[in-house]
Design a protein around this ligand. Structure first.
Ligand code: AHM
Ligand code: MG
Length: 325
């Protein structure tokens, strides 16, 4: 990280300290998850979150861990989370702290009780003005304005993967020494893959173009490497991580009765889109580059098609009706 900082004058020491603190969150959560069945952290809290979803105990624990690590760090002047309707502002940190952190504290919550992969996703933006403390609206920014983005993956090992706009670096937590070590330097996503990742249970809710694209992936054709294999874990971070390393495509498309899709723009789609673009891939709504989507609300949803550039381009052609086979 220090090397990257030296090579990137736009990325300040504070920004890299902030990334290290995200790593610290990952250490805490990984520690909890490693004994999840033994301590009382599984199941639901009985509450419904701002997204209208049942809150898992681990959603709450992960959110609290982000808050504890950051609220007294002096590194950020605002925090926004999937689990909180309103952001938390820290006027006491202003103007020293110029960064604002948006995060999904626990991605793939349905995986908590069955020992499946989980993640966290984060996006960092800088306050828009040097003259005044940011407001809630200042957090609602286009993906192109991110200054750092990435994710924590709690899989068979814990990883921190991030970009500050100079490629993608991946660190693996060595639990024996409690440190992250650089394991994946300048990650490059293949131009095409052989895997597609989508909740196919929603097939009948999709628009025709999405159906035709997914049907196409299943037709045997050696020239284009089809049929693709289906791989869907229920954890966006884990599915996108696989695709980042091996290529392929993840889709959470819009549906006929829910054209905006399920995933959140500011703290799910935007950070992953920037990571994947920085690795040479592509991220789209089907008609628009994710990073160019106009941000209007903190918890705004967006359809997401992300992965290898060639595969995402194919999906866009089907989605836009420019191709049917
Ligand atoms: P979450 O942040 O509440 O866990 O929701 C995001 C998750 C993604 O990790 C995953 O790809 C998707 O939602 C799964 O949704 P579904 O169960 O509809 O397939
Ligand atoms: Mg979540």
């Amino acid at each position: 990280m220090a090397q990257k900082q030296a090579a990137h004058p736009g990325a300040s020491k504070e920004l890299f300290t902030l990334l290290s603190q995200v790593g610290l969150v990952g250490k805490h959560i990984a520690q909890d998850l490693s004994r999840a069945g033994l301590i009382d952290i599984l199941g639901t809290t009985g509450e419904i979150n701002v997204q209208g979803e049942t809150l898992k105990k681990l959603d709450e624990i992960a959110n609290q861990t982000f808050l504890k690590v950051f609220d007294q760090s002096g590194l950020v002047c605002a925090l926004a989370s999937e689990e909180m309707e309103k952001p938390i502002l820290f006027p006491e940190n202003w103007p020293q702290a110029k960064y604002m952190l948006l995060f999904d504290p626990l991605d793939g919550s349905s995986n908590t009780d069955c020992n499946m992969p989980l993640g966290a996703i984060f996006s960092v933006v800088k306050s828009a003005s040097n003259d005044r403390m940011p407001t809630e609206d200042d957090l609602v920014r286009k993906g192109t304005e991110q200054v750092a983005a990435g994710y924590l993956l709690y899989g068979s090992s814990t990883m921190l993967v991030y970009t500050v706009g100079q490629g993608v670096q991946g660190f693996t937590l060595d639990p024996g020494i409690g440190e992250y070590l650089l394991s994946h330097q300048q990650v490059q996503i293949p131009v095409r893959g052989k895997v597609y990742s989508v909740n196919e249970g929603n097939y009948h809710k999709w628009a025709t173009g999405t159906k035709q694209y997914v049907d196409y992936l299943k037709i045997s054709d050696t020239a284009t490497g089809r049929p693709y294999s289906g791989r869907y874990s229920g954890c966006l971070v884990a599915d996108v991580h696989r695709i980042l390393l091996d290529g392929g495509i993840y889709l959470y498309p819009g549906e006929l009765t829910r054209p905006e899709g399920k995933l959140r723009l500011l703290y799910e789609a935007n950070p992953l889109a920037w990571v994947v673009e920085q690795a040479g891939g592509r991220a789209s709504t089907g008609t628009l580059r994710i990073l160019d989507v106009e941000a209007k609300q903190l918890h705004q949803r967006v359809p997401l098609i992300i992965g290898s550039a060639g595969d995402v381009r194919d999906a866009e052609e089907f989605t836009q009706g420019r191709r049917t086979t």
